[in-house]
Design a binder for this molecule. Structure first.
Ligand code: CDP
Length: 221
């Protein structure tokens, strides 16, 4: 069974999806980390994030050589061509380049194709277009959302743990900007699939959201 989880930046998708995958013993696919890896390779190659030729080359490399490995307790590591990029894909430079890279048609086609191939039969897949474009027939679809101020606070706390120099205002502005580009792009924009269950996670803990999703899935089966 495919469980598709979409939603805007810092809505808790990755953490919720990883915990669900652990509980169900399913594969987990964080599609955002694939787009981040493409952005990382583009930047490191010195290209601009809207250089489609370079971005497509990077997407091919990611699709061919990525390994997504569970290290338990909802933690995953991503490697590209044997290099562990788990930390590098979370840098501020990548965060600022990822939405422009993700707008490119060539990049999206390669990513979607590779996501379908690697998910397998039973997977929790999360992103922006998973329930709408990549897995429109997913058996279970959820759309996680939360108020902008809360999403900014969550991401700011994560960044603080890594020792960030960013302010809460800057983190909120980055999220607002990414949401805007992701929702307004022509191809596969961030959108709630008509058949996705909407969950507002404002004020809810991660465990509560995971239990709510599991409860809904079990209730229907
Ligand atoms: O920061 P957060 O974890 O919320 O975002 P992410 O899931 O790591 O995704 C990073 C970026 O990748 C998004 O802002 C989108 O531009 C892009 N993305 C996409 O276009 N389609 C997806 N299915 C997943 C991510």
């Amino acid at each position: 069974m495919i469980i598709a989880i979409d939603g805007p930046a810092a809505s808790g998708k990755t953490t919720v999806a990883a915990l669900l995958a652990d509980r169900l013993n399913y594969n987990m696919l964080d599609s955002g980390s694939m787009y981040r890896a493409v952005a990382l390779l583009v930047i490191e190659g010195g290209a601009s994030p809207d250089d489609e030729l370079k971005a497509v080359e990077a997407a091919e490399k990611v699709a061919e050589s990525m390994r997504f490995v569970s290290v338990g307790e909802g933690e995953f590591r991503l490697s590209i061509g044997g290099r562990d990029v788990t930390m590098d894909i979370r840098s501020q430079e990548v965060t600022e380049a990822v939405s422009p890279v993700s707008r490119l048609a060539g990049v999206r086609a390669i990513m979607a194709e590779s996501q379908k191939r690697i998910a397998g039969a039973d997977a929790v897949v999360e992103g922006r277009d998973i329930g709408t474009v990549v897995f429109p027939d997913a058996e279970e679809k959820f759309y996680l959302d939360a108020a902008l101020a809360e999403r900014a606070k969550r991401r700011y706390l994560e960044e603080m743990r890594k020792g960030t120099a960013l302010t809460l205002e800057k983190v909120e502005a980055d999220i607002r900007n990414r949401d805007k580009i992701d929702s307004s792009r022509e191809l596969s924009p961030l959108a709630r699939a008509q058949d996705a269950v909407y969950i507002d996670t404002t004020g809810k803990g991660i465990g509560e959201v995971v239990d709510e999703i599991l409860g809904r899935i079990r209730g229907r089966r």
